[in-house]
Ligand binder design. Sequence first.
Ligand SMILES: [Zn+2]
Length: 508
Amino acid sequence: MSHFKRTGPPLGQSSIRLHEVMKRFAPLFLLILTAAALLYTRQMSAADTDFLIYFENSTLALKSQTVDRVIYLPLQEIVRHMGLAFTDATGLMTFTIQGQNSRLVLTPGSGFISFNDQPVLLQNPIRRDGGQWLVPLDFLSQGLSRVAALEFRYRAGSRRVFAGKVTTTELAMNAQSLGVLTRLTLRAGAAIEVDLQKETAQHRAIVTLKGKAIDPARERLDYKDALVQSVAFDDSDGSPRLVVAIADDVRDIRVSSSEGNRVYFVDFIRELGEAAPAAGPTAVAPAARPANIANAAGGIRVIAIDAGHGGIESGATNSGTLEKDLTLALARRLRTALQSRLSATVVLTRESDVALTNEARAAVANNNQANLFISLHTGYSLEKTASGSSIYVMKGDFTGGVGEPEGGRLFFPWYMAYRISAPASQAMAQQLQQNLKQALPGWKFPIRHAPIGVLASATMPSVAIEIGNFNNDASVKTLADTEFQTKLASAIAAGIEQFAVAHAGGRK
Ligand SMILES: [Zn+2]
């Protein structure tokens, strides 16, 4: 566009005819130039940057380098962007960053950096490559944060860092086949705007996300079916979007939102087959939305139940009675109770005596797009006479190491999927407490908040229930009693039903 403007004026009077031609085709030239510029920018960004640092008022896109499986970032670009004073002393082979009253000195090939003449050890060495200084990610939290007096937050495995007071919008996504359509559900921590662009020729749809520093729980969705081939988050050029590869069968794509634009459903609707009555794309909609789909936004469609422990991990034991067996028996009874009360799908994290990681348990709930997640355990108290029972909700300010990949101890894992549903989890715990107390007179079910691993990465309202005291023989006998188990399962199912009704009612 600027190119055309610059060549415009000097044409002068001697080239009236050319000027006329230019005028006539100006819109076309503009279009071509704009398209070329856009294409160029797109290619540039895709090829040149793959890592972002979100600052309060700006975003810095960088090209990272991976050396020995460690991500390195170009230091000069970062300090320049931050406006920090620095000296690159080539002769001395040092790089010095000057803070307000502090100084950070780096030397290549060493994991030691010097902050105000005090050594700080990084997990990986500083590198210098062809005049470029490369820093491992933990340099940001261990070094740069000190000299710049700025906090850096990073979640292992992601391609972005958030600096200082940047407020982020957490994004969880899930896909599920509903027969005639595949539904991609986006759940954001705050209201976002979504814009859909169909790129039919490229067999893809671009879902642009507009919101504050959007941070996805996962970079790509591990999902593939006949309609949706892949879903990947991409913000490499600073504008966050989802790239969805779609099959030819996708006739229509519809976006709807709920919960004040915090939740979006992107429906990829299948083309009607030859056998189906002839109908235009608009006629697909009613068929695509059977009753259970229409209810999905407010109702409880899928419930995941986790039977605690399993396999070599027995849990608590008391003279031959194992927690893992009781939790599985209880999970099965709860499934039966739920199926008779609610027309919901109930999935168990384990159906047999197998060991599962906490991640795998949460994944069963997440991948099945469960609306509720309940982990069942038995209680244990050192005091034999204590009741032992509790209902656990994930602790709100948890900053422990749950779900982090090995070697991901850079910074602290500040994002946890459970946060999105924290209020609903609390509400469900209160409802269950009420129903359990009612069904089991004399029993206490205090609500506790703790960093429960299995709840940390669940993206839906989740609680863990611990029942009884395994240190008390009578309590164990009660837990093993099938009549008691049925009563317990029925009480939990009733609580879930009431929660579902209140939950759905509150949204409409
Ligand atoms: Zn347990």
